[in-house]
Design a protein around this ligand. Structure first.
Ligand SMILES: C[S@@+](CC[C@H](N)C(=O)[O-])C[C@H]1O[C@@H](n2cnc3c(N)ncnc32)[C@H](O)[C@@H]1O
Ligand SMILES: [Zn+2]
Length: 281
C-alpha cells in the first residue's frame, strides 16, 4: 500500500477521535464519513482540506496575522529560544496522566508539536486557532496532531474531552475551557512577564507607557476561574543570531512599531514568562 496523502491520514486520525467532535453550530454529535466530511445530524458539514486540517468557522474572519508572521514564529521557536519553557511544560504534563491535550490559540503549532514530541507517553494533541494562515502552516509541517480553524470561545469539541488545555500567549475563555476539560483537568497558560522581549520592547516603544508591561490582570483573572493555581516564572537571556532579528520582528506585533529595522541592534533577547497552572474544581 502506498503512503497516505495528508488528507487521507487526517481522515483516519480524526475518525479515531470522532466521538470528541461536536457541531459548533447546533452542538449535536458529528460523524466523519469516508470521503472526509464531518457532519452533524442537522447536516452542518465541514470538510477535511487536502492540507489535512478542518475549518470549523461558519464565516470568514480576517486575521491580523500573516503567513510570513507564522513562518517567522516557527523559525524563532525552532531555534530553541523557548526550549526551557517547553521543558517546564513537559515536566508539568509528565507529572499528570495527560492523554488528550488541546492547544487553544496554537498559531502555527510549533510549541504544541515540540512539547508533545518530548512527552514519553502517547497523547492525542489538537490545535485550534482562529487564523487559517496559522493552521495551514501547522498542517504543512506537523503530521502528528489534529489541526482545526475555529474559535476557542465556541469550539467544535464535546464537553469533558481534554485533560489539559495549553494556552500559550493567546486569549483565554474560561467558560469554554471548563466545559472542555475532564474532571481535575488542567489549564496551562503562558503569559508574558515584565522582561519578556525587553530589548525589542525598548526599541519599539521607547519613552511610551507601553515600554512597561504587567500581567497582573491576566493572572488575577486566571485565579478567579481555576483552583490549586501555581505560577512558575521562567526568565533567561540568550544571544540572538543576526539572521533571526528580522524574524523576531516579524513574529510579534511589537515589531510592527519599528520603523527602521536596519538600525536595530539586538544582540541578545530576554524570555520572561509566567507559566500559570490551574485545575477546574
Ligand atoms: C500571540 S499569538 C500566539 C500563538 C502561539 N500560541 C504562540 O505562542 O506562538 C495569539 C494567537 O491566538 C489566536 N486567537 C486569537 N483569538 C482567538 C480565538 N477567539 N480563537 C482561536 N484563536 C484565537 C490568534 O490567531 C493567534 O494565533
Ligand atoms: Zn450542527
Amino acid at each position: 500500500m502506498g503512503k497516505l496523502s495528508k488528507r487521507e491520514a487526517s481522515i483516519s486520525t480524526m475518525k479515531q477521535q470522532q466521538k470528541h467532535f461536536q457541531c459548533p453550530v447546533c452542538k449535536n454529535d458529528m460523524i466523519i464519513d469516508e470521503s472526509g466530511t464531518i457532519r452533524c445530524s442537522q447536516n452542518h458539514s465541514f470538510d477535511i482540506a487536502k492540507q489535512g486540517y478542518v475549518n470549523f468557522l461558519t464565516k470568514h474572519i480576517q486575521s491580523m496575522y500573516s503567513k510570513e508572521l507564522f513562518e517567522s514564529r516557527r523559525e524563532i521557536i525552532l531555534s530553541g529560544l523557548y526550549n526551557p519553557v517547553h521543558e517546564k511544560i513537559v515536566e508539568i504534563l509528565s507529572a499528570s496522566n495527560i492523554i488528550n491535550i488541546l492547544d487553544a490559540g496554537c498559531g502555527e503549532g510549533t510549541h504544541l508539536d515540540k512539547i508533545c514530541g518530548k512527552l514519553e507517553s502517547d497523547t492525542v494533541s489538537v490545535g485550534i486557532d482562529i487564523s487559517k494562515e496559522g493552521i495551514l502552516t501547522a498542517a504543512k509541517y506537523y503530521d502528528q496532531n489534529i489541526w482545526c480553524v475555529g474559535d476557542l470561545a465556541n469550539s467544535p469539541f464535546q464537553e469533558q474531552t481534554f485533560d489539559c488545555i495549553l494556552n500559550f500567549l493567546s486569549p483565554a475563555n474560561y467558560e469554554e475551557f471548563t466545559r472542555l476539560l475532564t474532571p481535575k483537568g488542567k489549564v496551562i497558560k503562558v503569559v508574558p512577564q515584565e522582561g519578556y522581549l525587553q530589548q525589542l520592547r525598548k526599541e519599539a516603544f521607547a519613552k511610551t507607557d507601553k515600554e512597561q508591561y504587567t500581567n497582573e490582570r491576566t493572572v488575577r483573572h486566571f485565579k478567579e476561574h481555576l483552583s490549586k493555581v501555581e505560577v512558575f516564572r521562567i526568565t533567561y537571556t540568550q544571544p540572538l543570531e543576526e539572521h533571526l532579528v528580522p524574524k523576531l520582528l516579524e513574529m510579534t506585533p511589537l515589531g510592527w512599531h519599528v520603523e527602521n529595522i536596519n538600525q536595530m541592534h539586538i544582540k541578545e533577547i530576554t524570555i520572561d514568562l509566567d507559566i500559570l497552572v490551574g485545575e477546574i474544581e
